[in-house]
Write a protein that binds this ligand. Structure first.
Ligand code: SAM
Length: 467
């Protein structure tokens, strides 16, 4: 890979930067592949893929800073792994998984705390799905300003089965209306992308000092827009995949000067190879990831607390309009823990929202453009539930539904939305499973099986001969 001199010159003096090591790391063809396992995706026996040792390839080791992160010995074809489509794992660059350490430091009770979390720049959903797993009792608002990318975020949220994650599509300035609302805001900002050079050499064609300056300006604007929505005592996490100090330490100094953000130090293990950087003006702690020091791509992450007095605008909670008793009974029968859910109807489809958050979600709808909230359960026609794919992909589905287990080749055919033929005594709606993990719905009729896998999720590529 050709690294332009302008980039190398600009990085001289950046904390932890070594030009020879950097050049060597970018001349090797080494590709690091890592995944984060979904702790809530359980098969019909209640096991995750990690417990079943069903990871998509041989694992080299665990990602040291993330409990569910694994390095794979090779990059398999994720497209032809049914467990990828079942949402059993998310393919995520390992450095990004460090978010977990930040959350553990700032929110030791994260696994039970009912906190409000905003991921302001969330697509395609790496950090948002991670946050939804780290705050199972919380509400994660995953926002993406670009409409098409928000669509991808919705798809990844459905696959992940994130019941506590809502997807919104708003310019960051809209969040100014939610003053003091969130306990945690993550800004994984659009950046010049030099940290991703090994994965995407095209970044080099776009890179220039002028682009860095443009990104730095945009990052300040996003942070300025998001900051009012953080409550007093709340935490801001700022991250980029750039090595440029204009997008990292300079932004940390700006946060400290302009917004009086107070830096938070994150404990590191020396063997992780992460470089702690201290910003030049206000000694803000930041964490730099270089591919020559660790197994991961370039990343900068820093964490701040809001200590300044800040008012908390009350967002008036709004009760969900009730639905009739007969429908509630049908819906309650489809989910494992009906008391946890509040059922609602929207555009003829029924949805389940975590009851603890339903009024908050309803209130947010009057401020934000919501693309997804809760889980679509399906439609009710003639007192019968026509189940939606989201019910199969979610973790809330009742175990009363019958399951049809498929082998790998047939599971792929199902995911390609082909007709499947299996001899079975089952009939009616059933969940299609692979290794006990739910892939979607099918309806078994006397003479055929109707494949209800959603068109938009289907595998488009033809199967390789090896299947
Ligand atoms: N957090 C994501 C993840 O972990 O998968 C990656 C986020 S990516 C680094 C930055 C995101 O910011 C992109 O999805 C991009 O569309 C979005 N973005 C671009 N311009 C923006 C703007 N002006 N305001 C807010 N977000 C923006």
């Amino acid at each position: 890979m050709i690294l332009i001199k302008e980039l190398l010159d600009s990085l001289q003096g950046a904390p932890g930067f070594s030009e020879p090591a950097f050049v060597e790391a970018h001349s090797s063809v080494e590709q690091v592949t890592s995944i984060r396992v979904n702790p809530f995706k359980r098969n019909t026996e209640g096991a995750s893929i990690a417990e079943l040792e069903q990871l998509p390839a041989e694992t080299l080791s665990a990602v040291p800073w993330c409990a569910n992160g694994y390095y794979l010995a090779e990059r398999p074809s994720f497209t032809f792994d049914p467990l990828f489509h079942a949402g059993c794992y998310y393919v995520q660059e390992a450095s990004s998984m460090f978010l977990e350490q930040v959350i553990k430091t700032c929110f030791p009770g994260h696994s039970t705390a009912p906190l409000k979390v905003l991921d302001l720049c969330a697509a395609p959903g790496g950090k948002a799905t991670h946050l939804s797993a780290l705050f199972p009792a919380g509400l994660v608002v995953a926002n993406e300003v670009i409409g098409s990318r928000a669509g991808i975020l919705v798809e990844n949220a459905i696959r992940w089965g994130s019941e506590n994650m809502m997807v919104t599509c708003n310019d960051p300035s809209v969040f100014r209306k939610l003053e003091g609302f969130f306990d945690l805001i993550v800004v994984d900002a659009p950046c010049s992308g030099s940290g991703m050079l090994r994965k995407d050499p095209e970044v080099m064609n776009e890179w220039s000092q002028a682009h860095v300056a443009h990104c730095s300006k945009r990052q300040r604007r996003i942070l300025e827009d998001g900051w009012p929505a953080l409550k007093e005592g709340g935490v801001l996490v700022y991250a980029t995949c750039s090595y440029s100090k204009e997008e990292n330490e300079d932004i940390a100094d700006w946060l400290s000067t302009t917004l009086q953000a107070v830096p938070v130090s994150i404990p590191l293990h020396p063997e992780w190879g992460i470089v702690e950087s201290i910003s030049p003006l206000h000694n803000c702690n930041g964490y730099r990831f270089y591919p020559y020091n660790l197994k991961g791509e370039g990343l900068y992450i820093a964490c701040f607390r809001k200590t300044s007095n800040s008012s908390e605008m009350a967002v008036p909670l709004k009760k969900m309009p009730p639905i009739n008793r007969a429908s509630v009974d049908i819906l309650a029968d489809a989910v494992a823990d009906p008391a946890y859910w509040c059922f609602t109807e929207e555009q003829e489809a029924y949805r389940a929202l975590p009851a603890a958050w339903s009024e908050t979600i309803n209130a947010l709808k009057s401020v934000l453009h919501v693309k997804k909230a809760g889980v679509t359960l399906g439609k009710i026609i003639k007192k019968l539930l026509i189940p939606d794919h989201e019910l199969a992909a979610g973790n809330l589905v009742s175990d009363r539904f019958q399951c049809l287990e498929l082998g790998k080749a047939q599971a792929i055919e199902y995911l390609q939305k082909k007709n499947i033929t299996v001899s079975t005594a089952l009939n009616g709606w059933c969940l299609i499973t692979y290794k006990g993990f739910r892939l979607g719905w099918a309806k078994i009729l006397p003479n055929r099986i109707n494949n209800y896998y959603p068109q938009r999720f289907r595998i488009l590529k033809p199967s390789p001969p090896s299947l």
